[in-house]
Ligand binder design. Structure first.
Ligand SMILES: Cc1cc2nc3c(=O)[nH]c(=O)nc-3n(C[C@H](O)[C@H](O)[C@H](O)COP(=O)(O)OP(=O)(O)OC[C@H]3O[C@@H](n4cnc5c(N)ncnc54)[C@H](O)[C@@H]3O)c2cc1C
Length: 386
């Protein structure tokens, strides 16, 4: 295969492109919408395999609440198809609804709705992928109750296209809620985090916004807890009363704050996610707010129910090496405080210094070797030695 770009419109073409790559040894960078390619990871591939044109719904069973779509289908297309039957896919990864379902499963990306509905791993019932070794694998199924066995769907979800090129996915849908309400409460992390976890049922989404993010999204620069309640009229009213008891003047939001929140980090140079015990969130939140406040324009948000804090650092001036050095030192100190940091995006030079290779253990290396023996798929994305 010549160096450059190959477009694959169906599974057979994907398999052909991978066979060419195996015989030429010319590694491939998998690309769908191209919005979040490798988060600056140092991928070593001379050619691109474009997968976005392999799109369209292949099966939709409203009665079963499942949909099967080719991997290049966007979230918007899924929403338009299932909305007509008053159903939805409660998945809102950071970015926009132009994201493709194949890439969302490949990256395991989720957003605010993960609080109430889970992550792609919870809603992907099955998928088809072409492994680097050339097998067309049908993993999982098209029904909610599935066969037991080694769960290849979960293995491929979040594998960042390093094991196979996903060609089709089957997703679990939900009925559109009768009510879908967004409320903003000016609460700090201490009161908000504990209160929101005791809400029954749990909210669909709950995000703490740091003062800078609150300013950016039009909440006046005070710490805010943004809550989304979905369900029947009765359930939403009960949740609303419980929220009122937490204190603070609750305000119903008319505009779609969630789309603005998801798109806020469009020009981020670094995004770090810290997972902590939900009960320890106020402490982690304090650290995250202090850290981001010391970098120009940086902010943080948190999902108190999941114990996840997200720190976002916008791009400074081009080639600002001092900024990179400061960031690296502060992030390294943060991770040594026994908090699990997951790097979502980093300046290219920092991947090797901050993020340990995900292929550091024998089991992970063995799986990669088995699925992609020629290392033709996104090589380097997990920080393999060059
Ligand atoms: C402003 C913004 C902020 C974002 N923030 C985050 C964030 O913080 N965390 C996060 O996880 N995501 C984030 N994303 C990514 C986003 O949530 C989706 O994962 C992404 O938009 C997927 O859409 P895409 O089709 O453009 O993917 P692409 O950019 O084309 O691909 C994303 C990755 O998936 C691989 N891939 C693509 N298609 C396939 C396939 N069919 N089979 C196997 N591998 C494939 C690619 O090789 C690449 O590594 C952000 C996106 C935007 C635009």
């Amino acid at each position: 295969m010549a160096h450059g770009e190959v477009r694959a419109v169906n599974t057979a073409r994907v398999a052909e492109a991978l066979a060419d790559a195996r015989s030429s040894g010319d590694a491939l960078r998998l690309v769908s919408g191209g919005a979040w390619l490798d988060a600056n990871r140092p991928v070593r591939a001379s050619s691109r395999l474009e997968l976005a044109e392999n799109r369209g719904i292949t099966a939709y069973e409203p009665g079963d609440l499942t949909i099967t779509a080719r991997a290049g289908t966007t979230l918007r297309e899924v929403a338009d198809t299932v909305g007509a039957a008053r159903q939805w896919l409660p998945l809102d990864p950071y970015g926009t609804d132009h994201a493709t379902v194949g890439a969302i499963v490949a990256t395991g990306s989720s957003g605010p709705l993960a609080t109430g509905y889970g992550t792609p791993r919870d809603m992907t019932l099955g998928c088809e992928f072409v492994s680097g070794s050339g097998l067309v694998v049908q993993a999982g199924g098209r029904v909610v109750k599935n066969v037991a066995g080694f769960d290849l769907v979960r293995l491929v979800t979040g594998s960042w296209g390093s094991l196979g090129a996903i060609t089709e996915v089957t997703l679990r849908l939900r009925a559109l809620p009768q009510r879908d309400v967004t409320i903003a409460l000016p609460l700090d992390a201490g009161a908000g985090a504990a209160g929101i976890r005791s809400l029954a049922p749990l909210p669909a989404a709950a995000e703490l916004l740091s003062p800078r993010l609150s300013e950016r999204l039009g909440f006046g620069g005070v710490e805010v807890l943004l809550v989304r309640l979905t369900g029947s009229e009765l359930a939403v009213n009960a949740q609303r009363s419980a929220l009122a008891a937490l204190g603070g003047a609750a305000r119903d939001e008319e505009v779609d704050r969630w789309a603005a929140l998801r798109a806020a980090d469009d020009h981020a140079a670094a995004i770090v996610r810290i997972s902590t015990l939900p009960s320890e969130l106020p402490r982690t939140w304090k650290l995250a707010c202090a850290l981001t406040a010391s970098f120009t324009g940086a902010w943080c948000s948190a999902q108190p129910v999941r114990g996840v804090v997200r720190l976002v650092f916008p791009k400074p001036g081009e080639g600002d090496l001092q900024w990179e050095r400061d960031l690296a030192a502060r992030l390294a100190a943060l991770t040594s405080e026994r908090m699990r940091a997951i790097f979502e995006r980093l300046p290219a030079a920092l991947w090797t210094t901050l993020a340990p290779s995900a292929l550091g253990d024998g089991l992970s290396r063995g799986i990669k070797e088995r699925f992609d023996p020629g290392s033709i798929l996104n090589p380097g994305i997990w920080g393999e030695p060059a």
